[in-house]
Design a protein around this ligand. Structure first.
Ligand SMILES: NC(=O)C1=CN([C@@H]2O[C@H](COP(=O)(O)OP(=O)(O)OC[C@H]3O[C@@H](n4cnc5c(N)ncnc54)[C@H](OP(=O)(O)O)[C@@H]3O)[C@@H](O)[C@H]2O)C=CC1
Ligand SMILES: CC(C)(CO)C(=O)C(=O)O
Length: 292
């Protein structure tokens, strides 16, 4: 596992539950990986490697850093890449292959999406607030990864239209992530009438762009995303962008809102709400914000 934050912790938990040995390839060292879940708190027995030379040999490589942190993982990836071991890229955004392309790896790449609320609260400590659902690109590699995590509680399936799945995931990120990060509030913020109306407008712009990019999505998909957020998800959940803002880390906006705005420009679609969000997100100066 390269990336030992919220998602790395959740997938390590699943891999362990499915009977596998896991090595966390870490930037910030920790002694123990502890998962707080709705069912209780437990330690996941993993090996922690702090330098690429000690990574060892593995059957799968799973990359779970933020998209902008991928270049920094090059030493790990070059050490682990033997041309055969598959690399699963679990990230938000729509550019899973492009995200690792410039590293010149030989590994077969499997793009993956995850839906979960997971917050890394300190090195080696992750709070998972909801069950996890994953989607991977269909094909032989995708089927093997689905089989790999059998026995864990992650609901995982392969899809033959990963492009649409990634844009659908984009819909779930493009409104809540910026809104929570900018307001420093959790999902409860989406219950405010004016904020909900804003989110609906952001999503309407996003659907038009997703369609122009060839995704099979409609306004109904956007409506469902908003209903899921306001009626189904716990209002105390946050988003990965909010967690980064609280921790004073760089935000992933260029790979979410930025991707959307650049695609809109290519197609000549007006996206004033998303463009405004992008301007505000770019203006943030990262600094830790305690007490949120
Ligand atoms: N958190 C969530 O609920 C969800 C997140 N996602 C997506 O999943 C992806 C991962 O997000 P998330 O887990 O939240 O991110 P986190 O910020 O919680 O974790 C990222 C991890 O990557 C590590 N990292 C960064 N650079 C390196 C490096 N050079 N070498 C080794 N490790 C490195 C960080 O190390 P360090 O400890 O040093 O900071 C950190 O442990 C993102 O694309 C996100 O948008 C998708 C759905 C939900
Ligand atoms: C959709 C959501 C909010 C949870 O899966 C997410 O992807 C994130 O926190 O970035």
């Amino acid at each position: 596992m390269i990336g030992s934050g919220g998602i790395g912790g959740v997938i390590a938990e699943a891999a362990h539950a499915a009977g596998h040995e896991v090595t966390m390839c870490v930037r910030t060292p920790f002694e123990r990986l502890v998962l707080e879940t709705p069912d209780g708190t437990s330690e996941i027995p993993v090996r922690v490697a702090t330098d690429p030379g000690s990574a060892g040999e593995h059957d799968w490589i799973v990359l779970t850093t933020k998209v902008h942190d991928v270049p920094g993982t090059a030493p790990w990836l070059h050490e682990l890449d033997d041309g055969r071991t598959p690399l699963v890229v679990v990230q938000n955004g729509i550019a899973h292959r492009e995200s690792v392309a410039e590293l010149g790896l030989r590994a077969p790449v499997l793009p993956a999406l995850i839906y979960v609320g997971a917050e890394r609260t300190s090195p080696g400590r992750v709070v998972r607030r909801s069950p996890a659902t994953m989607q991977v690109e269909g094909g032989e590699l995708g089927s093997r990864f689905v089989a790999l995590l059998e026995g864990s509680e992650v609901k995982l399936r392969a899809t033959d239209d990963f492009h649409t799945a990634a844009w659908r995931k984009m819909l779930t990120n493009v409104a809540p992530n910026p809104i929570t990060a900018l307001t420093l509030r959790r999902l409860d913020v989406l219950a405010d009438d004016e904020v909900r109306e804003l989110a609906a407008g952001i999503l309407a712009e996003a659907v038009a762009v997703a369609q122009a990019e060839g995704a099979s999505l409609t306004q109904q998909d956007a409506d469902k995303v908003l209903i899921d957020y306001t009626d189904r998800m716990p209002p105390t959940n946050g988003t990965s962008m909010l967690y980064d803002r609280i921790a004073g880390l760089p935000l992933e906006h260029e790979h979410i809102t930025g991707t959307l705005v650049r695609a809109a420009d290519r197609h000549g679609i007006a996206v004033p709400l998303n463009r405004t969000l992008l301007t505000l997100l770019r203006a943030i100066r990262p600094a830790p914000i305690p007490g949120v």
